[in-house]
Design a protein around this ligand. Structure first.
Ligand code: NAP
Length: 337
């Protein structure tokens, strides 16, 4: 076996109260488990840090089981097969799987998908061509029912999901696309690099005011990554029959008490709004269409993306995760080994 006998993993040391800290994580050396029948041993090369991982750190019933204290965290990763006991997988294959947060992963073949490093850089399979990209596509196409001529607002627009959502909206015929983000540099990125029609820094002034100014004719679709004041602003700006794809609510992920809902929710009646939450995993049927359409736009140079990569290996992953929650990333937040 071309793997060491021990390797490192990151465990949940304790459950965060509010904003997570480095003390909530523990880096430990563990034996590398040789793959059994139907399994592969993967050396991870790049892993994803995602907002949903914050939810899994809580001991709360949700759509996915909580991480266990004292056990390794999990999440998307791409690595190289170093030992294969599974038909169809060879040493050297690059694969996508769900056991990030560790240097080596022993994974059943049915939970591993081969990726093509010639087609796209490995990190893209965790970002623009991976789960966040599909989330953006599914939220607009399946959930919000985007139509040509819609005016679209994307919150968290400079992140992994948001940067794809705004561009897909534009490429599918939106009349106007507005984005919000937390720094002036991100706002400039949205307008200058990604072709958003307008963008604003949500820290500068109330979101309701800034959105009303950026979308003077109202909005028809809201792709929400943030919740809270952004959702309230969208409800205020919605035209009749507006549709919101509620993708995430990162503004409340670290809250320790229940947060109030939008104060203007009553407007949903008269405006006949649709506010619809969704999970990307329910939209796997779009995967092929998504890769064909979005992959094509990338190849043609019509859809652009960026990544924020933290180098230096597994020990840097907690810092990258905490930084992503703070907004240090533009585009997909990744850690390379
Ligand atoms: P991301 O946007 O790349 O990274 C998180 C970003 O959130 C940060 O960069 C930060 O950017 C912003 N943020 C942090 N605190 C904020 C606050 N209080 N108010 C406003 N913005 C804040 O992450 P992502 O992977 O693309 O995920 C975006 C959203 O989609 C998250 O809510 C996530 O949970 C959700 N999601 C849902 C699904 C699904 O199936 N429904 C799948 C994937 C992701 P700023 O500098 O702009 O603040």
């Amino acid at each position: 076996m071309t793997a060491p006998s021990t390797a490192q993993e990151i465990r949940l040391a304790s459950r965060p109260q509010g904003v997570p800290t480095p003390e909530n994580f523990e880096l430990v050396a563990v034996p590398v488990e040789p793959p059994g029948e139907g399994q592969v041993l993967v050396r991870n090369l790049v892993m994803s840090v995602d907002p949903y991982m914050r939810g899994r750190m809580n001991d709360a019933k949700s759509y996915v089981a909580p991480f266990e204290v004292g056990k390794a965290l999990e999440g998307g990763a791409v690595g190289e097969v170093v030992v294969s006991n599974a038909p169809g997988f060879a040493v050297g294959d690059k694969v996508l799987h769900g056991l990030g947060w560790r240097e080596y992963a022993t994974v059943a073949a049915e939970h591993v998908v081969k990726v093509d490093p010639e087609r796209a850089p490995l990190g893209a399979y965790l970002g623009v061509l991976g789960m966040p990209g599909l989330t953006a596509y599914a939220g607009l196409v399946d959930v919000a029912g985007l139509k040509e001529g819609d005016a679209v607002f994307v919150s968290g627009a400079a992140g992994a999901v948001g940067q794809v959502a705004g561009q897909v909206a534009k490429l599918r015929g939106a009349r106007r696309v507005v984005g919000s983000a937390g720094t002036d540099a991100k706002v400039a990125y949205l307008v200058d690099e990604l072709g958003f029609d307008a963008a604003f820094n949500y820290k500068d002034a109330p979101v309701t005011e800034q959105l009303a100014a950026a979308a003077p004719d109202g909005i028809d679709v809201f792709f929400d990554n943030v919740g809270g004041d952004h959702l309230e602003a969208a409800i205020a700006s919605f035209n009749p029959h507006g549709r919101a794809a509620l993708c995430g609510a990162i503004s409340v992920y670290n809250a320790t008490t229940p947060q109030p809902g939008p104060r203007n929710l009553g407007l949903a009646v008269g405006k006949r709004l649709t506010l619809r939450g969704f999970l990307v995993r329910d939209h796997a049927h779009l995967q092929e269409r998504f890769v064909r359409e979005v992959g094509g736009w990338i190849a043609e140079g019509r859809l652009r993306y960026t990544e924020t990569t933290t180098e230096g290996g597994l020990a840097k992953a907690p810092g990258a995760f905490l930084g992503m929650l703070r907004g240090d990333n533009t585009g997909k937040a990744l850690v390379t080994f």
